[in-house]
Design a protein around this ligand. Structure first.
Ligand code: SF4
Length: 684
């Protein structure tokens, strides 16, 4: 503030980083952000912010911000007007569609964009381009949570709310490094523990929360299913089930009993490398010291069995009656500010707005939009990459998404993107996808420069409010999409004058969101379901009955070991994730002072392994898998099992996704970022 001066104006908005959705006040002076302070009224943050929301805003004025549309020409970029850029895209899309059919085109919505913008992205894909090839980055993170929860309970979202952390007597944190990736909720969990709540942590690393835990179960990477099955075994074998809940609300108990019988703690302990008695202790705590609340992260979902792992979590909650009340539930920690919203608005090939199956709701949407919906099922991101490599997808439009840097098996992703005849990137900066392979770049506004709504990880829809005018010629994503629809000769259904008009259309096609008017979102937002303007919103789902009906069924979840078991040639297992000061591909945080606190990616290695390989702290090492390699500095880290490694995907300089592999969750095609067999050697 000494340098920047005291703010002349304050604007209340929602953080654009993680899915906690902290509310904050942005202080501006002379068209520039000078500071950010937390909102005391923010329902999910109550006066707190982490180092990202509080300090990482200078990317807005970064010198390399792209502020005009760009067209690739003769190997370089040249400036273009909006009319020229959108006219070029329209002509190319039309000719590719004419030559190869509408499914030659794909669209990626964005967790960085608002609900309104994601709604328009999928509407444009379906109504204007004529394809269901539309997806978003939920594909690479929590699609398994949405699929597992939807299949078993009827709603693909957190069952409870962040405030339930304060009501739980036991917290089970599974595969979530909450204090680094969702710091405000992480702090809330620590506060709950200091007040006496019990804490169980399931994590292959000894995270900060694990230090506070009553039990830390540290399974080998990729063995969560055996571990969760063993917990269920103990609950059933020791008679710790909630019998009333089972009688009234749960089916398939006998079948499940027969299945779970063989999953003894001793059996699981051998597979997972955990202590059988620690497993028993955790199961007893969770089952008998309720209400018990689960919080889970990508450590559970980014696996070949991601969806089934979430189902195994739901089994535990059903057995013990920890659903449908305060301080309970199964709660995915959504990684990005609006990843819940982007999928919920319909940026998924098989789901329409409200996360409803396309085929069941086709007629309703065709009537609302006055246009037929495409008849082919559509491809998700993973399948789009395969189609591009196979010459069946010819154009991709990626909004706020660095596909090349963040998809696994980057060499294969690059091959796929290289074959595209049109790659449109819509973002704040020339991200790696645009820099290396883009044909058109459309400069978008940051969330500080536009209005709209985000949906956080507890189903809360919150307002985003502009505190700055657009930079240069940048446009908000919703304006770009409306102008693109007009350029494509389809102005009908895209003549919106404001995000609020878009949102009012969303409310008309999404019955469970009908009560979420902008006026009602004014103070802290509301949680869906909220079907009318008198409804107070819903803090806890599945009270009395599940969204799919009065009863839910337990599921047999068998174990399929990872195809990336360590071998003599690749003796280590690499896990990837995030750290506190950086966010995902670093598009925003790398252009803020946070970059000084997180100067690049490094490899965490157990001290015993470092010693065996003769590596000193800071040594540059080459990490090599069957798919590619990366070079980065190594640091000895406490809390890793020997044989397991951890690093982050925050920088293009390291490009760790050149190393990660092609394996996917069988239900959702979500990549396995958590188990890649690698070898490590000193880099020359
Ligand atoms: Fe933003 Fe998440 Fe930090 Fe809150 S916890 S300030 S939403 S990054």
């Amino acid at each position: 503030l000494l340098d920047r001066g005291w703010p002349e104006a304050w604007t209340r908005t929602t953080c654009s980083y993680c899915g906690v959705g902290c509310e904050m006040d942005v202080g501006t002076r002379a068209g520039r952000i000078v500071t950010v302070r937390p909102s005391r009224e923010g329902p999910s943050n109550q006066g707190h912010l982490c180092s990202k929301g509080r300090y990482a805003f200078d990317f807005v004025t970064a010198p390399d911000r792209v502020t005009v549309p760009l067209l690739r020409e003769a190997g370089g970029w040249r400036r273009a007007s909006w009319d020229e850029a959108l006219g070029f895209i329209a002509r190319r899309l039309r000719s590719l569609r004419d030559a190869h059919g509408p499914d030659a085109v794909g669209m990626l919505g964005s967790a960085r964009a608002t609900n309104e913008e994601n709604y328009l992205a999928q509407k444009l894909a379906r109504v204007v381009l004529g394809t269901n090839n539309v997806d978003c980055c939920a594909r690479v993170c929590h699609a398994p949570s949405a699929a597992g929860l939807k299949q078993m309970l009827g709603t693909g979202a957190s069952t409870n709310s962040f405030e339930d952390v304060d009501h739980a007597r036991t917290l089970l944190v599974a595969g979530s490094n909450t204090t680094e990736c969702h710091p405000v909720v992480g702090a809330r969990i620590k506060q709950a523990v200091l007040r006496g709540a019990k804490l169980i942590v399931i994590d292959s690393r000894r995270t900060e929360l694990a230090r506070y835990a009553d039990v830390h179960l540290q399974p080998r990477a990729g063995t969560d299913v055996p571990l969760l099955n063993a917990l269920a075994h103990v609950v059933v074998a020791e008679g710790l089930c909630d019998e009333d809940f089972l009688r009234e609300r749960v089916d398939a108990l006998e079948d499940f009993r027969a299945f779970i019988h063989g999953w003894t703690p001793e059996h699981a302990a051998r597979l997972c490398g955990v202590d059988a008695d620690a497993l028993r202790h955790a199961a007893r705590l969770y089952a008998t010291h309720g209400p018990s609340m689960m919080v889970h992260g990508l450590g559970m979902t980014e696996h070949v069995q991601g969806t089934e792992t979430v189902m195994a979590l739901v089994n535990l909650a059903l057995l013990t009656g920890n659903l449908g009340g305060p301080g309970m539930g199964v709660n995915p920690m959504r990684g990005q500010n609006n990843v819940q919203g982007s999928a919920h608005m319909g940026c998924e090939p098989g789901q329409l707005t409200g996360y409803v199956p396309l085929e069941q709701h086709r007629a309703r949407f065709e009537a609302a939009w006055g246009a037929p919906l495409p008849s082919t099922p559509g491809l998700d991101l993973t399948r789009m990459m395969e189609a591009a490599r196979g010459g069946r997808l010819h154009a991709l439009w990626a909004i706020g998404y660095d596909v090349l840097l963040t998809n696994p098996d980057a060499n294969t992703t690059r091959e796929a993107l290289e074959r595209l005849e049109l790659l449109v990137v819509q973002d704040l900066f020339l991200n790696e996808t645009a820099r290396a392979l883009g044909h058109v770049f459309l400069p978008a506004c940051t969330s500080f420069e536009k209005d709209g709504t985000f949906m956080n990880g507890e189903r809360r829809v919150q307002r985003v409010r502009a505190s700055l005018p657009p930079t240069g010629d940048c446009l908000a994503d919703w304006e770009i999409l409306c102008r693109a629809a007009r350029a494509l000769g389809h102005p009908e259904g895209f003549a919106f004058q404001s995000p609020e008009e878009v949102w009012d259309e969303v409310r008309r096609v999404w019955p469970a969101g009908a009560g979420l008017s902008y006026a009602r979102l004014e103070h802290g937002g509301l949680q869906w379901p909220c079907p009318d303007e008198r409804h107070p919103g819903t803090r806890v789902l599945h009270t009395g009955a599940f969204a799919l009906g009065p009863r839910a069924a337990l599921r047999r979840v068998g174990y399929a070991p990872s195809p990336e078991a360590p071998t003599e040639a690749f003796p280590f297992v690499l896990m990837t994730g995030r750290r506190l000061y950086a966010f995902n591909a670093g598009t925003m945080t790398s252009r803020t002072p946070n970059a000084r606190l997180q100067p690049g990616d490094w490899l965490d290695m157990a001290a015993a392994d470092a010693e065996r390989l003769g590596l000193e702290d800071g040594a540059r090492v080459r990490v090599r898998s069957r798919y590619g390699e990366a070079v980065l500095p190594m640091r000895r880290a406490e809390g890793l099992r020997p044989g397991e490694l951890f690093t982050t995907f925050h920088t293009v300089e390291v490009f760790i996704n050149a190393v990660t592999g092609p394996h996917q969750d069988g239900y959702t095609h979500t990549p396995d970022y958590k188990v890649t067999a690698v070898r490590v050697e000193r880099a020359e």
